[in-house]
Design a protein around this ligand. Structure first.
Ligand code: GDP
Length: 360
């Protein structure tokens, strides 16, 4: 198992913020994720990055290591950051339309060479409808004509090293994007000049190829979340959990991949999942995550956890999950409930008015 990591997280009173990446096709969402995930694994720095099921978990130590040039004194109060891997995932549109509170913060990716595109505006409208905080990653700055690569540098440092012409083109394109956002009724500003956080949304210029601006993006995500979302990120005992995907895995039967938004899940917990044929009452057989990045070659194996604390993405194996429905919530039956018969569960659930969500 990998319980030391879990125990360390358990000392904190804030949970990890959950972040998702949105934007138009080809703006670099996948590449950006690769970039923030890849650097440290390859360079063997602070490490600790683990690839969850459908998400990547960045421990605070890792973020601190990567942002120390930018702000050596940054105080990180959250245990880490959970970035959801599958922005275009079907159950996400399902979740979004259901008004789920899955993501605490989003990265809206815009290609600096293209500005706002149809799906940028679509994503923007979804975020506004949901009242989800977001920051804009103005990606592909390395494509500005004559850009000098400054691998993984904070953006202000990288800009200071560019020629006058590059800076002029950068400013022109930035201004264009700010104007386009304004046309959508949104105030934006480059993040280090943004004095009205909250009313004005921040833009972080990035390159997913050479890593400029990535420290800024990571630090901003964490600092902003912990500053403005303390209430939402306060750890609670009550489990808040959403089913992302229902999958048959050889050797494990039907499993569910879930996002544990808050609380703790244990092996052996009695759970109620929403099924297309009615509530599914079952017992957690195992809680699985993928092996850490370095061990990805170990094919088809998972890491087992006795317990997992939010926020994390995990695969749950249990009996009877065949009809579980993606996009619905999952509940844990507390120890105070008499566990006599399935009917008793149903009655108790009814009594305690646990919301059991049926179908889509
Ligand atoms: P997605 O559709 O938003 O996930 O976009 P991808 O991550 O697949 O990227 C689309 C294309 O843009 C790929 O060819 C990437 O290599 C390229 N790309 C992504 N980010 C950058 C960047 O920062 N700079 C440059 N030059 N190319 C990029």
């Amino acid at each position: 198992g990998n319980d030391s990591e879990v125990n360390e997280v358990a000392k904190e009173s804030l949970r990890s913020p959950i972040c998702c990446i949105m934007g138009h096709v080809d703006t670099g969402k996948t590449k950006l994720l690769d970039c923030i995930r890849g650097t440290n694994v390859q360079e063997g720095e602070a490490g600790g990055i683990t690839q969850q099921i459908g998400a990547t978990y960045f421990p605070a130590e890792n973020i601190r290591e990567r942002t120390k040039e930018l702000r050596p004194d940054a105080k990180l109060k959250v245990p880490g950051l959970l970035v959801i891997d599958t922005p275009g995932h079907e159950s996400f549109s399902n979740l979004r339309s259901r008004g789920s509170n899955l993501c605490d913060i989003a990265i809206l990716v815009v290609d600096i060479m293209h500005g706002l595109e149809p799906q940028t505006i679509e994503s923007l409208n979804l975020l506004r409808k949901r009242n989800t905080e977001f920051i804009v990653a103005l990606n592909k700055v390395d494509r500005l004509y004559g850009w000098k690569t400054c691998k993984n540098a904070p953006i202000e440092k990288a800009l200071a090293l560019q020629s006058k012409d590059v800076v002029i083109e950068f400013n022109m394109r930035l201004t264009q994007v700010i104007t386009q956002f304004k046309e959508q009724g949104l105030n934006t500003e480059i993040y280090y000049k943004n004095k009205e956080m909250g009313d004005t949304f921040s833009i972080v210029p990035t390159s997913a190829i050479s890593g400029e601006g990535i420290p800024d993006l990571l630090l901003y995500l964490v600092m902003w979340s912990q500053k403005t979302m303390v209430e939402k990120l306060t750890f609670v005992d009550k489990v808040q959990c959403t089913v992302l995907e229902v999958k048959v895995i050889p050797g494990h039967g039907t499993t569910i991949d879930v996002v544990l938004v808050n609380g703790v899940l244990h092996e052996g917990d009695q759970i109620v999942a929403c099924g297309s044929q009615g509530p599914i009452i079952t017992t957690v057989r195992s809680l699985l995550t993928r092996h850490p990045m370095k061990e990805l070659r170990v094919k088809g194996t998972y890491q087992h956890h006795r317990e997992v604390k939010a926020a994390q993405c995990i695969k749950i194996t249990a009996q009877g999950l065949e009809h579980a429905v993606a996009g619905t919530s999952l509940h844990v039956i507390g120890p105070d409930v008499d566990v006599g018969t399935p009917m008793c569960f149903l009655k108790e659930i009814g009594k305690s008015r646990v919301f059991v969500d049926l179908g889509r």
